[in-house]
Design a protein around this ligand. Structure first.
Ligand code: HSE
Length: 302
């Protein structure tokens, strides 16, 4: 039987933290990139359509290629002399919507499939963690739905939680904010009160998402670990979160490290989108808005 020479991987956007679950909660969103990796030609050929087509690396520093080759090396496979990668991207870059995690997961799944690697999902995530540094986005991208991720020594433990489907509005202000910058502003230590504040809310948030009872979603998405330090880096962000609530959002938070914001709602409602837009308009910050929803599916091959 001929060996497989190409594969197309579909990878979802993800939102991490959801307010209090810093570095521990990730949630997949119904917004997808498609990545086709083919073992053909000579050298590395990378074509990018859509998001990041002007800015993403098209040489061996490309994150999909980095993940692909790291997986191959870990399993003792020689990198073939010709590799083509074609990306059809819908996930905005550097936005807090997990675009780098989607690239890493696409590269790792492509390598697992094309080289028939005996790599479990857990091993795949542990390799991904080496490239990403935190596991919330990569875990939700791979597994879909709501994922809780913790570390036990070097081992990653993930738990996918079945939740009710919920609609989401994303506001992505055009503000340059890398995850690195957004992590740098965080303190090294927190008070016991702040720890208790977040622990209780993380538990309440997961319970609300499982049950579909969103009565206390707003207070469950408050946070004292990262948002108070990050929101000030994004002009208009706090006002936009307040505006989302005014317009009827059930819960709202910074998406991952930002600069995107995510607001959840149970019925299709443009008011949230319009009011969030107005907040950024007042700061004269251009903003992109997306309507999406949570999705139970994670990365898949088709
Ligand atoms: N948990 C990470 C952070 C997610 O907040 O820094 C980065 O998207």
């Amino acid at each position: 039987m001929a060996e497989k020479t190409f594969v197309t991987v579909h990878v979802p956007a993800t939102t991490a933290n959801l307010g209090p679950g810093f570095d521990c909660l990730g949630l997949a969103l119904d917004l997808w990139n498609e990545v086709t990796v083919s073992l053909e030609g000579q050298g590395i050929n990378i074509e990018i359509q859509g998001e990041g087509q002007e800015t993403l690396a098209k040489d061996d520093s490309n994150l999909i290629f980095q993940a692909f080759s790291l997986a191959a090396r870990k399993f003792g496979v020689d990198i073939p002399k010709g590799i083509s990668i074609v990306c059809r991207n819908r996930i905005p870059i550097s936005s807090g919507l997990g675009s780098s995690s989607s690239a890493i997961i696409a590269g790792l799944i492509a390598a697992r499939s094309l080289f028939s690697l005996n790599m479990s999902d857990q091993q795949l995530l542990e390799i991904g963690l080496e490239l990403e540094g935190h596991a919330d986005n990569i875990a939700a991208c791979l597994l879909g739905g709501l994922v809780i991720v913790i570390k036990d020594g070097e081992a990653l433990i993930t738990q996918k939680i079945k939740i009710n489907h919920i609609l989401a509005t994303i506001a992505l202000p055009q503000v340059q904010l890398s995850t690195r910058q957004a992590r740098k502003v965080l303190p090294d230590q927190y008070s016991r009160q702040d720890a208790v504040f977040n622990i209780g809310r993380t538990a309440a948030l997961i319970s609300a998402l499982i049950s579909g009872d969103y009565t206390y979603l707003r207070s469950s998405m408050e946070d004292r670990i990262h948002q108070p330090y990050r929101l000030g880096l994004i002009p208009g962000a706090q006002a936009a979160l307040d505006a989302a609530y005014e317009a009827g959002a059930l819960g709202a938070a910074l998406s991952g490290a930002g600069p995107s914001l995510i607001a959840f709602h149970s019925t299709a409602d443009n008011r949230i989108l319009i009011e969030m837009q107005k907040s950024f308009d007042q700061e004269k910050i251009p903003v992109r808005l997306f309507s999406t929803s949570t999705i139970d599916a994670g990365a898949y091959i088709k």
